[in-house]
Write a protein that binds this ligand. Structure first.
Ligand code: MRU
Length: 358
C-alpha cells in the first residue's frame, strides 16, 4: 500500500527549500494555487492564525520550520540568542490554541536545543529536527492509511459509503492525510463506493479542500451541507464516518472541527462506525479528559458573512470552531502506533508506550 500511495501522491502544502518555508495558501484553494514564502517566525505565526496553513499536523510542522527561521535571525543579531528565542517560541505557541501538534512540535524543537553541545552547528541541527518532524508525519500517515483501510476491509468489504468532515488530508499534514489517507488507501483497494463530504462552515474546508483533494485522486465524491449528515446516514447507506483530530485527551475524548461531535452522536444512532485517524503527536496524555481541552473560537464575522458579504440580521453570533466528541462515541482511534477499539484511558496509556509501527 505504501508504494501504491507514493505512486499517486499529488498534493503537498508545505515545502522547505533555500532556507525558507513555502506554504500553499489554503485560503485561495481550489480556485488558485499560490505558494507564499516565509522568512520569519512572526510571519509563520500569522500564517497559522490566518489559516494560510491549517490542520493540526501541518501547523506543527510549519511552527517547527518557523522556529528554525527564528533561530537564524537571533543568531545573526548575536547576544543572548537563547533567551531571545523564548519570545519566538511564545509567538508561535500563541498562534492557535487547540491542536496539540503545535505544542508537541515546538517542544521537540526545545528539547533539541537543550541537547546542543559546544561546537554543534545549532542551525543545521534545528533544521534537521524540523525536517524530521515533517518526514515522520508523512510516514505516520502512510502507516495509518494501511491500518484504517484494513479495518474497513475487515468489517464490511467492498462498496463502502463514507462520510468525512473538514479536511484531514494532505493539505492538513505532512502528506497523504490522516482520515483522507485512510480513504485514499481504501479507494486504491476498491473498497469505496462514495465519499460524502460535509462542506464544513465557516471556512468550507470540506467543499474547498477535501472535495478538491479527493476529486484529484479520482475518488467518487458528493458534497453536502453540514446539516444534511444525519439525513444522509439514515437514507444513503453510510457505513463509516472517518475524521481527523486536533487533540485527543488521555481518556480518548477527541477535539476536532466543530460538527464532529454531532456526527458521532448521529453515527451511534444510525449504527454507523466512527473512526478517528490521528498520529500519536495529536494525543495529549497530560489532559485527563476532553473537558480540559482549550477549544478555539473565531470571530463571529466569519459566521455573519458569506464570501465577504454580510448576510445575517443584526445579531450577536457565536463561532466555536472545535468541539469534543466523548470517547464512548468513538469506535476506533487509528494511530501510527496501532489501532484502539472503543478507546479509554487504559488503552490510550498502553498505546502511547508502543513504538511506531514503521
Ligand atoms: O480549522 P482547521 O481547518 O485547521 O481544522 C482542521 C481539523 O479540524 C482537522 O480535522 C484536524 O486538524 C486534523 S487534520 C489531520
Amino acid at each position: 500500500m505504501r508504494e501504491q500511495l507514493l505512486a499517486v501522491e499529488k498534493v503537498q502544502a508545505i515545502d522547505w527549500r533555500d532556507g525558507a518555508l513555502y506554504l500553499l495558501d489554503q485560503r485561495l484553494l481550489p480556485n488558485q494555487q499560490v505558494w507564499l514564502r516565509f522568512e520569519s517566525a512572526a510571519a509563520v505565526a500569522d500564517a497559522i492564525a490566518d489559516m494560510v496553513v491549517r490542520g493540526a499536523p501541518a501547523i506543527g510542522i510549519a511552527a517547527a520550520y518557523g522556529l528554525v527561521l527564528a533561530a537564524r535571525a537571533r543568531l545573526q543579531v548575536g547576544g543572548d540568542w537563547r533567551e531571545a528565542l523564548d519570545a519566538d517560541f511564545a509567538r508561535l505557541e500563541q498562534s492557535r490554541p487547540t491542536a496539540v501538534n503545535l505544542f508537541w512540535a515546538l517542544q521537540r524543537m526545545r528539547e533539541r536545543l537543550a541537547r546542543l553541545k559546544d561546537g554543534d552547528d545549532m542551525l543545521a541541527l534545528l533544521e534537521a529536527e524540523a525536517i524530521g518532524i515533517h518526514v515522520s508525519d508523512r510516514e505516520a500517515n502512510l502507516t495509518m492509511a494501511q491500518l484504517g483501510m484494513e479495518l474497513i476491509r475487515k468489517h464490511q468489504g467492498n462498496s463502502q459509503v463514507v462520510l468525512t468532515h473538514c479536511n484531514a488530508g494532505a493539505l492538513a499534514t505532512g502528506g497523504f492525510g490522516t482520515a483522507l489517507g485512510v480513504i485514499r488507501a481504501a479507494h486504491l483497494e476498491g473498497l469505496i463506493e462514495l465519499v460524502y463530504v460535509d462542506e464544513t462552515r465557516t471556512w468550507l474546508q470540506g467543499a474547498r479542500l477535501t472535495a478538491w483533494e479527493l476529486v484529484g485522486d479520482g475518488v467518487p465524491v458528493s458534497l453536502n451541507a453540514d446539516a444534511a449528515a444525519a439525513h444522509l446516514m439514515k437514507t444513503k447507506g453510510i457505513t463509516w464516518v472517518i475524521v481527523g483530530a486536533e487533540r485527543i485527551a488521555a481518556n480518548g475524548d477527541v477535539a476536532n472541527k466543530i460538527g464532529t461531535y454531532q456526527l458521532a452522536v448521529n453515527a451511534m444512532h444510525h449504527g454507523v462506525r466512527f473512526m478517528v485517524v490521528a498520529p500519536s503527536s495529536s494525543i495529549d496524555m497530560s489532559l485527563e479528559s476532553g473537558e480540559d481541552i482549550l477549544l478555539g473560537e473565531r470571530s463571529s464575522d466569519e459566521l455573519l458573512a458569506v464570501a465577504g458579504q454580510r448576510v445575517a440580521a443584526d445579531v450577536p453570533a457565536v463561532n466555536p470552531v472545535f468541539d469534543v466528541t466523548p470517547a464512548d462515541l468513538v469506535d476506533y482511534i487509528v494511530t501510527e502506533k496501532g489501532v484502539i477499539e472503543r478507546p479509554d484511558a487504559a488503552k490510550l496509556a498502553q498505546l502511547m508506550c508502543r513504538k511506531r509501527l514503521h
